[in-house]
Design a protein around this ligand. Structure first.
Ligand code: SAJ
Length: 422
């Protein structure tokens, strides 16, 4: 089968290479010439374990090539970005998806399949993509098969999850779904779940929305605990002992290009109905303000001025800063007069100090915003150079027995005046 993937990013490239590793002829298309040239030179432009080795293999087998132009194929897979619109509800910007489909349509032949993998707002495949194919004179479900097949892989484990995760195959018609199953059966060992295209779209969005709403519940619980002088982390641990309770972990906010993005795609299509989803987004996007307030209270206790922010990435052990809550927190602290704010993150180039020692020298507070492994045990010699050995660990991840004078978490920030010294 000849497969052409449009978009060679963190989903399109691993998908293209996985099809090639499983014996298909694959053409990877991207409008970025640097990406195309880099790949054909055998180098990978995104950080994903095992991808470099997989690319080398398919180049040796000569069944993968990257190029900038579309050409005829049996299957066209669209895996391009869908950012938020800059509008009231931050809905789904379909520009890249529509442009990609527009570039594919002239090459369509009877019997071809078009698959949209990009995360898109509910009803996009039916109401936007299907008419584009029909306008070219094809009957969807008979001449051309149209499927939405959302990706559900965790960055850092993509090549494994592509094969072993269950996959939703959302066809515009049952014949489209059947065709989609045939195609993904090439490498998917998980279940191929049959669905309509619209249900597949909403299911993908709900996976991340479920997570965002539950994180908001935990973040709201932290604020309730601070008011009532009750340790929210202890409450979560105890509540989760119940076999059917899974309160998520609170933190400084919600980052990434999924949870901080996808819920808005639902809200934009049903703003009156999606009240809880909107409220959860508000709780999570306001969490950085709460963290700054608490940090300022702690600093006031110690007449502190120098803050060391540990962690700029949106989550632990990755280099991605998209929508990271550390960004508004650092900006707000820097806008407050009298503070010196330093940042350190071993995974992110944008940090302004290169070593933990340099970052903590004479510092009044270590503010942990990301649960990188490097922060779980902060070395004694790094803590010793601090002026005020105060730790505010918003990810509850520091297990170090370094001699912090005070160790705040999102559980014990209540009544800062008389908090127990750890
Ligand atoms: N976070 C919390 N508390 C938690 C869990 C996460 O504050 O209990 C924060 C993280 O610190 C981070 C953000 O939420 O800032 C997102 O974290 P994440 O672990 O959800 O990671 P993502 O966004 O990289 O991956 C999610 C995953 N979706 C689900 O788990 C339902 C992944 O499986 C998806 O493939 C990915 O979105 C996606 O591409 O949609």
């Amino acid at each position: 089968m000849k497969i052409l993937t449009v978009g060679l990013g963190y989903i399109g490239l691993p998908t293209a290479i996985t099809f090639a590793l499983h014996g298909q002829e694959v053409v990877g298309v991207d409008k970025n010439q640097y990406v195309v040239e880099t790949l054909n030179d055998g180098k990978v432009h995104i950080e994903e374990p095992l991808l470099p080795e997989a690319l080398e293999e398919v180049l040796i087998r000569k069944n993968f090539k990257a190029q900038m132009n579309i050409e005829p194929a049996d299957v066209f897979i669209v895996a391009v970005p869908t950012p938020n619109c800059d509008d009231e509800y931050k809905g789904c910007d379909l520009t890249y998806v529509v442009d990609a489909v527009k570039s594919v349509v002239p090459h369509l032949e009877t019997g071809n399949t078009v698959i949209i993998e990009s995360t898109i707002s509910p009803r996009t495949t039916e109401d936007v993509i299907k008419p584009m194919i029909e306008k070219a004179g094809f009957e969807v479900g008979k001449d051309i098969f149209l499927v939405h097949c959302p990706e559900r892989v965790l960055p850092g484990q993509v090549l494994h999850e592509l094969i072993f995760n269950n996959r939703i195959i959302g066809g515009v018609t049952p014949a489209c779904t059947e065709k989609g199953k045939e195609i993904y059966d090439v490498f998917v060992q998980g279940k191929l779940i049959e669905a309509t295209a619209s249900a597949a779209e909403l299911s993908k969005l709900m996976e991340n929305t479920y997570r965002d709403v539950n994180i908001a519940l935990a973040n709201e619980l932290v604020q309730i605990g601070a008011k009532l002088d009750i340790d929210a982390l202890e409450v979560i641990d105890m509540a989760n002992q119940h076999p059917r309770v899974n309160i998520h972990q609170p933190g400084p906010g919600v980052g990434g290009h999924c949870l901080a993005v996808d819920p808005y795609f639902i809200v934009a299509k049903a703003p009156e109905e999606a009240q809880l989803i909107q409220r959860a987004r508000k709780v999570n996007s306001q969490m950085p303000n709460f963290i700054v307030e608490q940090a300022a209270k702690i600093l006031e206790e110690h007449d502190g001025k120098i803050i060391t922010v540990l962690g700029l990435a949106y989550k632990g052990n990755i280099d991605d800063m998209r929508e990271s809550p550390a960004i508004p927190i650092v900006n707000q602290l820097r806008s407050m007069s009298g503070y010196e704010v330093r940042t350190y993150d071993p995974h992110v180039a944008e940090a302004d100090t290169d070593t933990l020692l340099e970052a903590l020298e004479d510092s009044d507070m270590a503010l942990v915003l990301c649960d990188h492994d490097e922060f779980k045990t902060l070395p004694e010699e790094a803590v010793d150079v601090m002026k005020n050995r105060v730790l505010f660990d918003t990810k509850n991840c520091v297990v170090s027995d370094a001699p912090f004078k005070e160790h705040y978490t999102l559980g014990n920030i209540s009544a800062l005046k008389n908090v127990e010294r750890v």
